[in-house]
Structures are given as C-alpha cells and as structure tokens.
Design a binder for this molecule. Structure first.
Ligand SMILES: [Zn+2]
Length: 120
C-alpha cells in the first residue's frame, strides 16, 4: 500500500491513517488556497449579477419600459445570471435583485422595478 502524503507539500505522512497534512501550516495553507478559489468564483458571479442589475436600473431610470432582448445583450446583459424567478399572473418574471424583466414575445422584454410587496 502506498504511503499517504500531505495534500499541501506531498511529504510522507506519519501517524493516524486519516491524517491529510504533515503540519498545521500545510493545513491552513491548503484551506486558504481552497477558500480563495471559491471566493474568486463567487466574486465573478456577483460581479455579473451587479452588472445585470445596473443595466436594468439604468434603463428603467431612463424610462425604458420595453426593450429588445438584443439591446440587453448588446449592453452585456448575461441572461444566465438572475437572482430569482417570480410568477407574475402566470408568466415568469426574471429578477436581478429589485429589477426584473418579463418576456413579452421572442424579442421584446418588459422591464420593471420590484417593490417590497412583490417579495413578501
Ligand atoms: Zn505538508
């Protein structure tokens, strides 16, 4: 049977069979790196959600109530990043925080700003 090695530095492990690290420094170094990787993924998704929210907010502030899907795409809106889907009179309402859009037809979207009564 092959001897277990430290997940961080690869040094052969001595002691308990379930041991994963040779030293506390290797354990914390390994976990810090893992956490940094997770944070990087989460930060990237959050940045995309903030970008989508900003696009919807600016269009609504400029009184754009109906826009084309291609306009949102051209502004860099990522249709895969939403925070929730609500039911609005039987139609899906795709939310990005307090802003949302409903699909009117293949191309046209209706934008709306949600209020607290939409959530609670
Ligand atoms: Zn080690």
């Amino acid at each position: 049977m092959q001897k277990a090695r430290c997940l961080e530095c690869g040094e052969a492990l001595v002691g308990r069979s379930d041991k994963k690290f040779c030293h506390e420094l290797c354990r914390s170094s390994y976990h810090n790196r893992q956490n940094a990787l997770h944070s990087k993924k989460i930060n990237r998704i959050n940045a995309g959600l903030r970008h989508n929210r900003k696009i919807l907010m600016q269009l609504i502030q400029n009184h754009k109530k109906k826009v084309s899907r291609s306009l949102l795409s051209s502004l860099g809106f990522n249709f895969h990043l939403i925070t929730s889907v609500m039911n609005q009179n039987g139609h899906p309402c795709y939310c990005c925080y307090e802003y949302a859009y409903l699909q009117i037809d293949d191309q046209l979207l209706e934008l709306k700003q949600l209020t607290e009564k939409d959530y609670f």
